[in-house]
Design a protein around this ligand. Sequence first.
Ligand code: ASP
Length: 390
Amino acid sequence: MGRQPRKKVYVLYTGGTIGMAGSPLKPLSPEKFAALVASQPGFSQDTLTVQLEEDKPTVIDYTLKSFKTPLDSSSMTPEDWVTIAEDLLDNYEGFDGLVVLHGTDTMAFTASALSFLMEGLDKPVVVTGSQVPLQQTRNDALRNMVSAITVAATSKVPESTLLFDTKLIRGNRSEKVNASFFPAFESPNFTPLGKLGIDIHIDDSIIQPLPPAGKRLSNEQNRKKLSSSLKEWSLKYKKFSVISLILFPGIQASMVKAIIEETKPEIKGAIIMAFGSGNAPANQELLDYLKVAHERGIVLVDITQVMMGSVNLDAYQSASGLKEAGAVSGYDMTPEAALTKLIWLTGQGHSQKEIERELTTDLHGEITREIAEKVDAFWDRIASKKIKAG
Ligand code: ASP
C-alpha cells in the first residue's frame, strides 16, 4: 500500500492572548509569533509532529500566516470576520483543514460568524486561542494549538468549530463562560462535537452534513462566487446597523427609543435578550414603541439572556407582548449566533419578512430544530383547540 500524503493545515494568526507578551499583554509581531511557534516541542518552521496512533509519529505540514496587525479580539468588528473568511477562502485549496488563532473575548462571535459567512464549507475550520500566552511556560496555548491543527488535519468535521481545552464545539453554539480558568468555553444548548482527553473523540452522528455537491467550496467557481459576495458584504459591514439590547428590571421605553432613534445608519434589526423563556416587562409604553419600530421595518429577535434553554413566545403573557410587537423567536440560539446571523442577513438586501424567516430557520446547526418544531406544534395545537372550543 502506498504512503498516505501528508496532511496540510493552514493557520491564520489574528491576535489574542495566545500570541501576546508583556505587561499589560499585547500581541507579538507576526514574525516573533511565527518564530515562537516554530520553537515549540513538536514544531519546526513548517511541520508539526504528533503521536496519534499507538505512539506512531504523524507529520502535519502547516503554513502560518498572520494579520498584518494582530488584534486583541475585543477590537474585532464584523469587517474583520469578513477579512478572516476571505483569507480562509484564499487559502482553501491544497489544505485539508484551516485553523484560526484568535483572542478568547470575541472568539464565539467569530466562530459563529464564519458558520454563516462560509457557505458551502466542506473542510474543517477550527478556531482556537488560549487563556495564557504561548510565551509563558505554564500555558494552555500549546495544547489548544496542537489539538486544533490535529483536528483540522485529521477530522471530517466540515464546519466552523471552536476548540478549547477539552472540547470541540460547533462555532455557532459556543459561548465564553470563564474569564479565569482553562475550560473557558461551553456549548450550553448542544452536545460538544468532540471531547479531547488522552484520545480525541468526535461524535460523527451530530456533525453537519456536507453541503450539496454543487455548492461546496472545494469547487473553484463556488469560491469565486463567495469571494465576490464577501467583498460586497465587507463594504456593507462598514455600515451595518444591528443592536443587541439586554432587558433588565425597570428598563424604560425612552432608553430603548433613544438607542434605536439615535443610531446611524438607521437600525435594521435588534436582538432582544429577554428574561427566562423570552419574557419582557409588562411595560405598555416599551411594547408600543417596539411595535412602531417593527412596523417601520426593524427586525426584532427574542432570545433568552439565560445561558441554557429556549425562547417560547407563547408560554407567558409577558412574552406575548413582544410577539404582538412583531418579535420573532430566536429559540435556543446563543446571543453570539443570533447577532452574527442577523448582521449577516441584514447585509444581503433581504426584506424584513425574508430576514425573519431565515432567522427562525436552522441554517447551520445554530437552532435545535426539534425544540423549535415542538414549541411551535404544541402552541399550534393549543391554539386550534381554543378555536374549536370557542
Ligand atoms: N483580550 C484577549 C483577546 O480576546 C483575551 C484572550 O485572548 O484571552 O484578544
